[in-house]
Ligand binder design. Structure first.
Ligand code: ADP
Ligand code: UDP
Length: 244
């Protein structure tokens, strides 16, 4: 039974609504929406239960991350489609980690999609919708004051790599290859770095380990159809693979 009730709507994003919680100034009530967007919100869609699926998939991934000592913003899951989190001071960067080249970086350097990398690659993107989240170098990230110095960027990189090292084998047990993903991070009131936002088929590329079939938002981006079935497939496989 939840003791948390949403108060005022303080922000509505592309995938979630954020509410304050009366009497809890350090917490947020985050509600996953059924809508989804791509190409910086130029393409819009939705499907029933999408919010609930992403909430549950993210919960299962957070469970495994927390078992492996990765700190998250999570306080309490509120099924079907909400979560209570700590309110963090967000880092204004998106961290992208890649195991296999696909999407923007493959295109930029002329690689065929599906090219494996010798080692995981971490990239930073400046979180700014008006600028369409541009890639930034370390120097640019510091110039933009999204990070204090190189040491902080190195800590963010290490955090992204740790998340990757936990999720790759976990997803593989469920028959899913983690191609790449995006995470957002922030600092709690004690200055501790925590994983924020969500990890879901909206924010990852997930390929069936046997067939290579896409089980993520690329089905929507590329009009491949079967998006609800794909997200449900990820949820069902993670459930079956078991939490432990
Ligand atoms: P967007 O803002 O990109 O449209 P969402 O619809 O998912 O994305 O909105 C969620 C917003 O909440 C994002 O801006 C994200 O950075 C922010 N956020 C996620 N977790 C936290 C947190 N724990 N504390 C503060 N802000 C958060
Ligand atoms: N991604 C995301 N939000 C963004 C940009 C990227 O969740 O604003 C995820 C995307 O789903 C993929 C990974 O980050 O899993 C790398 O995306 P990429 O840079 O290849 O961009 P895209 O091909 O989506 O333009």
């Amino acid at each position: 039974m939840s003791v948390y009730e949403p108060g005022e709507l303080i922000y509505e994003g592309k995938a979630k609504k954020l509410f304050s919680i009366p009497g809890q100034p350090d917490l947020l009530f985050q509600e996953y929406k059924d809508s989804l967007t791509a190409f910086n919100a130029q393409k819009k869609g939705s499907f029933e239960e999408k919010g609930a699926l992403n909430r549950e998939i993210c919960a299962l991934l957070f469970d495994e991350l927390e078992r492996n000592s990765v700190l998250t913003h999570r306080i309490q899951e509120i099924p079907p489609n909400a979560i209570v989190t700590r309110k963090l001071k967000m880092v204004k960067l998106e961290l992208v980690v890649r195991n296999i080249l696909a999407g923007s970086t493959a295109k930029k350097f002329g690689f065929e999609e599906g090219t494996p990398l010798d080692a995981p690659l971490v990239e930073f993107y400046y979180k700014d919708d008006a600028l369409a989240d541009p890639f930034v170098s370390d120097e640019q990230a510091i110039m933009l004051k999204t990070a204090r110095d190189r040491a902080e960027l190195d800590a963010l990189r290490a955090f992204g790599l740790k998340i990757n090292a936990v999720l790759v084998p976990y997803l593989l047990k469920a028959g899913i290859r983690l191609i790449d993903f995006k995470v957002e991070v922030g600092y709690d009131k004690d200055g501790v770095l925590r994983l924020a936002d969500e990890i879901s088929p909206d924010t990852c590329r997930l390929w069936d380990a046997k067939t290579g079939e896409k089980m993520d938002k690329d089905r929507f981006r590329r009009d491949l159809g079967g998006i609800a079935e794909a997200y449900r497939g990820v949820r069902d496989r993670l459930r079956q693979a078991g939490g432990k």
